[in-house]
Design a protein around this ligand. Structure first.
Ligand SMILES: *[C@@H]1O[C@H](CO)[C@@H](O)[C@H](O)[C@H]1NC(C)=O
Ligand SMILES: *[C@@H]1O[C@H](CO)[C@@H](O)[C@H](O)[C@H]1NC(C)=O
Ligand SMILES: *[C@@H]1O[C@H](CO)[C@@H](O)[C@H](O)[C@H]1NC(C)=O
Ligand SMILES: *[C@@H]1O[C@H](CO)[C@@H](O)[C@H](O)[C@H]1NC(C)=O
Ligand SMILES: *[C@@H]1O[C@H](CO)[C@@H](O)[C@H](O)[C@H]1NC(C)=O
Length: 479
């Protein structure tokens, strides 16, 4: 495919809450549109290999986390979102509104923000920032903030089975009855965060959601980010479910453009209407241990025109939680379990055998294969094609699933795997995780009501200015 594309890692910026589209008769917006900003924090042009190495490590942590997130629903929260690249939206909580930037994460299911001026974080991935500088939500400054009480049924539903035992028995009007819901403690691979659940107003121009359940994280240790997180997973406390929208959609900025400050849009949609021109892939029923992920029904995968004939046990989740393909907006590139990874990379190696492997780069970064295309005008990477149940296909061009660093003529396949590529081990959790770089330049709609993913190829990027390496400025066409 292409050559002189440079990666885009736009700086994390807090956007003002621009706003909203169509209004229905009762003055309630039918859709709410929010700017979506890429959250890659490092520029690959400074130390590209170090950056990729970091990304590969972080990706593997995320894959481990997603694959082992079964202890309780509440432990399924992201690892250091910023270190593996995601997209964020501004949200305003409280009265008067306090605006913070939240990572959009379809792989987790609660909404939380760093909270209180006492917020501390030990060895967190943003440790270069002083804890004091972390943007926080301060409930003391909000007149609509309420602590979630033990008697609120939401307390039982948010608590992991053992935690809700922290509610003392309440008889009639005893003091026990005004007891706050016990604090949450979210565990993940190498970190933890804890705090209290609040009921708050979530404000959009023209619409306020009252008593929205939001986590107020007061301390965190390890692989945690300062960023607030908006869970979009399949759970009653995710942002779309609490808002009661029928679908949500986005069109992610291409990673090719690194200096635009333009953002793409996240659309929260209350309407029933069909979006024109979409192909659909059904969501599959979740296995009990992984209730919040969006699993897609996939029949097979192709590299270019070569059908890989992936055994079906990897393509749909079994009742034991093994296998299946999940789509994850909070993960930059993605993951494939050993045997699938091996099939994909074997075919890539065949197709790309005319380029020189860079074993040094592979060793340094920890991903494979990498190609050194010094002296070549361009590098040709075959498409990665997902064939979904129902007949739809998603074509991911090479530039969206490879990392290309033209400055040093390097192209790497950045998807991670946990098993050694020679093992046939079949680990629990999804076998394939489709990260957000793979659906760049697609309009992607999570149709919650009809339990399906709709998508169509679309140029999502809109540039603010031309840049030396030639950014093609194409107006965004939103769906
Ligand atoms: C923080 O990091 C330092 C150095 O990496 C380590 O010695 C220390 O044990 C860590 N502390 C925690 C609480 O993880
Ligand atoms: C709590 O969860 C149960 C079962 O998942 C559900 O039936 C109930 O409506 C939920 N309660 C609240 C207050 O959301
Ligand atoms: C309040 O809770 C405590 C346990 O935490 C219990 O011993 C006590 O009986 C409860 N009081 C009432 C009036 O329910
Ligand atoms: C790519 O090859 C060129 C020429 O052989 C070499 O100078 C350069 O160091 C290589 N780069 C990498 C990342 O392997
Ligand atoms: C983003 O792109 C659109 C369409 O190309 C343009 O109208 C708008 O001014 C841009 N926004 C910013 C903040 O540059």
């Amino acid at each position: 495919m292409t050559s002189s594309t440079s990666l885009l890692f736009s700086v994390f910026t807090l956007f003002s809450l621009l706003l909203l589209a169509s209004s229905s008769k009762d003055n309630t917006p039918a859709t709410i549109t929010i700017p979506l900003t890429s959250t890659f924090t490092n520029s690959p042009s400074t130390k590209p290999l170090r950056f990729l190495q970091h990304l590969a490590t972080a990706s593997l942590s995320r894959a481990h986390h997603l694959k082992h997130g079964k202890t309780s629903p509440l432990t399924q929260i992201s690892l250091s979102p910023h270190s593996y690249g995601g997209h964020s939206i501004p949200l305003s909580f409280g009265t008067p509104p306090q605006k913070l930037s939240f990572l959009v994460d379809t792989g987790s299911h609660v909404v939380w923000a760093p909270c209180t001026t006492h917020y501390t974080c030990t060895n967190c991935s943003f440790s270069d920032a002083e804890p004091k500088k972390v943007p926080i939500f301060n409930p003391k400054l909000s007149s609509s903030s309420k602590i979630l009480g033990c008697r609120n049924p939401k307390c039982v539903n948010t608590s992991s089975p053992d935690v809700h035992l922290g509610c003392p028995p309440c008889n009639g009007n005893s003091k026990n009855c005004s007891h706050a819901c016990p604090p949450y403690s979210l565990q993940y691979g190498t970190g933890a965060s804890s705090g209290d659940f609040l009921l708050e107003n979530l404000n959009f121009p023209g619409k306020t959601i009252h008593e929205f359940l939001v986590g107020c994280t007061t301390s965190a240790v390890g692989e945690v980010t300062s960023a607030a997180l908006a869970g979009f997973g399949r759970s009653m406390f995710s942002l779309p479910m609490q808002m009661g929208v029928k679908k949500f959609a986005y069109c992610l900025n291409s990673h090719d453009y690194d200096d635009t400050r333009n953002s793409s849009k996240l659309i929260l949609d209350y309407s029933d209407g069909e979006t024109k021109g979409l192909s659909y892939a059904p969501f599959l029923k979740n296995p009990p241990d992984f209730p919040i992920y969006y699993y897609l029904g996939v029949k097979d995968i192709k590299i270019g025109n070569k059908l890989l004939r992936i055994p079906s046990k990897y393509l749909a989740p079994g009742s034991d939680g093994r296998g299946g393909l999940m789509i994850d907006s909070g993960f930059a590139y993605g993951y494939m379990t050993g045997p699938v990874f091996k099939k994909v990379t074997n075919e890539l190696k065949k197709r790309m055998s005319k380029y020189r492997r860079s074993l040094e780069a592979e060793a340094e970064i920890g991903v494979t294969p990498c190609y050194n295309f010094t002296g070549q005008k361009s590098i040709k990477i075959p498409d990665l094609i997902y064939q979904f149940r129902g007949g739809a296909t998603m074509v991911v061009p090479g530039k969206n699933y490879f990392v290309l660093i033209p400055e040093i003529s390097l192209a790497c396949f950045p998807l991670t795997t946990d098993a050694g590529t020679n093992t046939l081990e079949f680990t629990p959790g999804p076998s394939i995780i489709l990260g957000n770089s793979q659906h760049v330049d697609y309009y992607v709609e999570f149709d919650l009501k009809n339990e399906r993913l709709g998508f169509r190829q679309q140029t999502c990027q809109s540039c603010t200015f031309m840049h030396a390496t030639g950014c093609r400025c194409v107006p965004a066409r939103n769906g």
